[in-house]
Design a protein around this ligand. Structure first.
Ligand code: MD3
Ligand code: FE
Length: 218
């Protein structure tokens, strides 16, 4: 017999789906087919709405830098956290949500059991080595029915997945380039955060981690 080393089946990786909660999943490598499309989309988005550091209502500066696309973008200042239809840097609409974001949102949400997810807010965070995100809940969205889809690119991160109270125990989960996390339903309001990013140089993204979160905020 001859071994068909490069037959189509041999090019496929098995799906690597990890369940981290009743309705929360890590889809390992799920975003890899979209990475080139994302990089092109970032160029257009960041030209109109560049990364910026947000001030918290408590007077702190967030270490990750943020931009947004879609009908609503997330902003923060001395008055509070909110979604806004306008970018406060230029008082115009946020850049359009790229087609690749809608595609992966639908594909990843369906895989995790949430059919028909159409996001209206795409948040893009960039973390330099040392940057982190403290434990928090995502609760500025109008309703909590829709899931959130999160895409990790570039340097790895240790993600903290907690409970429903700030001091509940947390699981630590490493997230790598191309991983997608989807969470909704009973897990929608879990506390979560990102530990300080370790120094490193990713072959495509360089000295940074980028996280895209796709949400239905309005
Ligand atoms: C929440 N970003 O932008 S997303 C944020 O990786 C944010 O940059 C983080 O938190 C980041 O608001 C984390 C990944 C994530 C994964 C699972 C969760 C968030 C979750 C489960 C429950 C709640
Ligand atoms: Fe969050």
């Amino acid at each position: 017999m001859t071994l068909d080393l490069f037959g189509e089946d041999d090019l496929q990786q098995p799906a690597r789906i990890e369940r981290i909660g009743a309705q929360a999943f890590v889809l390992r490598g799920f975003a890899l087919p979209w990475v080139e499309a994302f990089l092109e989309a970032f160029d257009a988005i960041l030209l109109k709405s560049p990364f910026r550091q947000m001030q918290t209502p408590g007077g702190f500066t967030m270490s990750a830098r943020l931009s947004s696309c879609g009908a609503l973008g997330w902003t923060s200042d001395g008055y509070g956290y909110r979604y806004s239809p306008l970018d406060p840097l230029n008082a115009t609409a946020w850049p359009d949500m790229p087609a690749a974001f809608f595609e992966i949102a639908d594909a990843a949400a369906s895989t995790a059991g949430f059919a028909g997810f159409v996001p209206d807010a795409g948040l893009i965070n960039t973390y330099s080595p040392g940057a982190k995100m403290s434990l928090h809940q995502d609760k500025n969205e109008r309703r909590y029915e829709s899931p959130i889809v999160s895409i990790s690119l570039g340097l790895p991160a240790v993600f903290q997945f907690g409970g429903f109270g700030r001091s509940d125990p947390t699981q630590r989960i490493s997230l790598f380039h191309g991983d997608v996390v989807v969470w909704g339903g009973v897990d929608r309001l879990r506390f979560h955060g990102v530990l300080p990013i370790k120094p490193g140089n990713h072959p495509i993204l360089g000295e940074q981690r980028i996280n895209i979160t796709l949400r239905k905020a309005g």
